[in-house]
Design a protein around this ligand. Sequence first.
Ligand SMILES: *Cc1c(COP(=O)(O)O)cnc(C)c1O
Ligand code: SF4
Length: 370
Amino acid sequence: MGLFERARHSSTRWSQRPMSFTTLAPSWQELLAASVTTGAELARYFPVDAVLVDQICRRYPMRINPYYLTLIEKPGDPIWRQAIPDPRELTDTVCPEDPLAEERLSPVANLVHKYPDRALLLVASQCAMYCRFCTRKRKVGTAALAVGRKRLEPALAYLARTPTIHDVLLSGGDPLLLPDGELLWLLTELRRIPHLEIIRLGSRVPCTLPQRITPRLTGVLKKFHPLYINTHFNHPLEITPEAALACARLADAGIPLGNQTVLLKGINDDAATIKELMRGLLRIRVKPYYLFQGDLSRGTNHFRTPVAQGLAIMRELIGHTSGLATPTFALDAPDGAGKIPLTPDYQQELGPEGLRFISYDGRPCQYPNP
Ligand SMILES: *Cc1c(COP(=O)(O)O)cnc(C)c1O
Ligand code: SF4
């Protein structure tokens, strides 16, 4: 922590509810507008060095909306670490700016085409909370990520003239921070392209600002099926009644929900936390999709965990808990080589007579070939 004297007055200050709203249930726009974005604002709730916070935020913006802020129980906890700027963001000398080579793999503005049959479209620059470990930290929430209808036209034209693409993944920033009308426009444009079979949205909003998932929004989204949403929960503390309601509304609109979790040092890098998170997700009708090894993005090195630790966590999931609760552990390979599954090895020997392997609970087994 260093600069943030934790423990001392942690929860006392915080328990005096910070924001005051005119209505009982503020809209998502009101919540977003009341976000903490400066050192001085943050210092109203926690004992932090406001000048230092501002120094970090000039490079990597901070935004903590009142909903996500209320999930913090005390400084240094798993929610705090995801949201509060850390001086180590500025001193990372290990990670490159763009480890996934997204800029090189971008044939037109705001589109990344890495795999043969799918493409990533950056449609929004903002998020409901700027995660300190963000893989696109170099540009999310800054002027470096420009969006808007005009800006997206070349990307839409590229999708229309590339019939091998069947799956478009909307990302950013957070696509669900776009106003309903902009989403309606964008989804309408995408659905005019016949070879785009599925549309996927990657959004952290069900976790970080669940109030955004309104009946009006799901009314828009459900017109564009097959539409899938992958959300992003990292810790069981994020599975709240509000998040459950948001996911219920999406699932009730017929949208299959997946989840991508990032392994984060000191936040969720142990089997008990991951297992609880995955089970919690299934309870709110979200199917764990990926568990990611941390990317090598500049400013996030202090969050990275050893690969062996992720593999050990997978060993404690596979067979020990529901297959539905078991995501694919994956590494997004440096330099744009794509996502590689990392699976613990159960196989011992594959010969002409068959396979020798170890069961999930450690027993030697054999399977004879025909
Ligand atoms: C992750 C990613 C995808 C989607 O990959 P899946 O394994 O299909 O989920 C597509 N394009 C890019 C550039 C990506 O990083
Ligand atoms: S919501 Fe996603 S894109 Fe936005 S800051 Fe967090 S990790 Fe990055």
